[in-house]
Design a protein around this ligand. Structure first.
Ligand code: SME
Length: 316
């Protein structure tokens, strides 16, 4: 039977993640409550279902429960960005994926204190759960997960983390999607549709700037929006908006200062997502641009629901 190696060496960190020492797995899990870092990856498929792993019976913590797709400790000397692909490959056999960092928080139980780095990804390839480390895994619908909450089937860490980082946001997006479906049904004037779509998104999600740029005479021209005044013309391939147009795909920018050529309409904007609105033939007719005052606001959940909303917009 497999067993965790209690002598494995973990870094001990402060709440910011700075390494302040080291300790063995045994020392970290024996109630000493030494804060040690872990990475978690939530894996969604294109339908928005969530992959969960089943913890084997031999685990020292929460045996037999369904848990976040990937979870693992950082080795001493390793960064979260290094630990994540190692754990993902070891546990699920996934070697190519694009993670989005969601946030970090301190998880406390009677046995341990973890600094959890939370990531998510959308993945449609094959998943091969490790036969040694896991007792299998499968995709769960959101409805199944909601039903299983509080039934002792899922780990409490997963339940709390998923509720906090995903369910509340997903709930809001689902309501928003229904609202927009109703608002846009049968409406043929694209300005009226864009105006109400950006107002609904802006009000429901509380973003800093939400609006449309329309493709007109070979450039992007400002359309209906909510938020502070913005630049009115953007060239093809310029800024995040012009790049999304050129590449004909959604662009998520965790930190606008790191995006070459980002056009700063407001110095308060820190992160951004731009989603193209396409014609039936796949031609870009407009882009939906959303800005946030926080870093790393947008992830695969935003991408999934905003792309869905943009598909509902029929441009005339
Ligand atoms: N930041 C965008 C310009 C538009 S404003 O954010 C509203 C860009 O780089 O394309």
């Amino acid at each position: 039977m497999m067993k965790d190696n209690m002598e494995e060496m973990f870094p001990v960190v402060d709440e910011e993640g700075t390494v302040i020492g080291r300790a063995t797995r045994g020392e970290c899990h024996n109630g000493s409550r030494l804060l040690h870092p872990v990475v978690h990856l939530h894996v969604f498929n294109a339908q928005g279902d969530v992959f969960l792993q089943k913890r084997p019976e031999w685990k020292d913590i929460q045996p037999g429960k369904w848990d976040t797709a990937v979870g693992g400790h950082l080795d001493y000397g390793e960064t979260p960005e290094e630990a994540l692909p190692r754990e993902v490959s070891e546990e699920l056999g996934i070697t190519t994926f694009t993670p989005t960092f969601i946030g970090k928080y301190v998880f406390e139980s009677q046995r341990e204190r973890e600094l959890v780095y939370v990531y998510c990804t959308t993945y449609n390839g094959e998943i091969k759960p490790s036969k040694d480390e896991l007792d299998g895994g499968r995709f769960w619908t959101m409805q199944e997960i909601r039903k299983a909450m509080g039934q002792q089937l899922l780990t409490p860490n997963f339940e709390r983390e998923f509720q906090r980082f995903f369910l509340e946001k997903i709930e809001r997006y689902r309501l928003l999607t229904e609202q927009i479906r109703a608002l846009t049904a049968g409406e043929t004037d694209s300005v009226a549709v864009m105006a109400n779509v950006c107002a609904a998104i802006h009000e429901t999600m509380g973003f800093f700037w939400t609006g449309f740029y329309r493709v007109k005479d070979g450039e992007l021209v400002l359309g209906p929006f909510q938020g502070p005044v913005a630049c009115m013309h953007i060239g093809f391939g310029r800024g995040v908006c012009g790049t999304a147009w050129k590449q004909c795909e959604t662009i998520v920018v965790p930190d606008v200062e790191q995006f070459p050529g980002h056009i700063a309409c407001s110095s308060l904007s820190r992160s951004e997502i731009v989603v193209p609105v396409l014609s039936k033939d796949g031609e870009v007719l407009a882009v939906l641009d959303i800005d946030s005052k926080e870093l790393s606001t947008f992830d695969d959940i935003d991408r999934h629901y905003l792309e869905g909303i943009c598909r509902m917009i029929v441009m005339t």
